[in-house]
Design a protein around this ligand. Sequence first.
Ligand SMILES: [Zn+2]
Length: 311
Amino acid sequence: MRTLRRRLHMAECIIEKHTDADGLSELEEKQRIIDEAPFARLKIKDTNWLGLVEFRRKCDFCQRSRKFFCYTCYHPVIPCSYFPRVKLPIKIDIIKHSREIDGKSTAVHAAILAPEDVKIYTYPDFPEILNKEETVLVFPSKDSARNMSVEDLFIREGRKCDASEERTVFPIKRAIFIDSTWQQTKSIYKDQRLRELRCVILKSRISQFWRHQKKSPRWYLATIEAIHQFLVELHTCALGVEEDYDKFDGSMESEKSEEFSDEHSVTNNEEIMQKYNGQYDNLLYFFKYMYEKIHSIYNHNRLQAYRRPLA
Ligand SMILES: [Zn+2]
């Protein structure tokens, strides 16, 4: 805990340094560069396939007309060859607020792209928490003593888990996310069943979500962004990051890939055990497509969502 507090303090100092010396200008300038091409360094399959979808189709389950997937049944309506699938190293449960508007939530992206590992519950429906030790809630607790970073999950009984012990590569088996607006989240968070879980806070990342939320800061991530960020941190702590990954220049995008054969679209178990090299980046497949679509219609700087303060 002492290390965590020290780290938090350091983070505060860094933020203070930015704000004291130059106002927010340095931070804003950095973010402006990221905002110019936010997905360029991620390994996301060619999203142009989605642009070829002209007609809406009926969902097999509820018969409602949908474009890519049914956000009520969490089921795709386009052929599987139009989108990649992602294998995750742990199970993800998402608790959705009943008043959250289905069509606007990005939680469903995770259920479509990683159907084996993601489950969505509509509150008060709740995932069964079988093992509190192996489950975390990705949400900042008000009680700062309960908060830990992903890195802290790897420190147990004073020793760091050895990456060579296959069974302990990932220190948890399940992570719970809350999918709701900044305001609604608080009511789910108060649920007693979540109170006993350790809370994980993510490293600071600025949202690229186009949907404006009243009073939410720009570091409040869309659910799919938070899941991606969490898995990248978890994987990197367990197995490290491939040297070339950060140098990735987005050239995969120009490859105009052929349809996704099963072989390429599903990350297999062997890939999951390698250093981080973009294994979960495809979770942002629909998010990237929709981001680009919105940006082809609206000017980024005029969208209210991106004009929120960074800190
Ligand atoms: Zn449906």
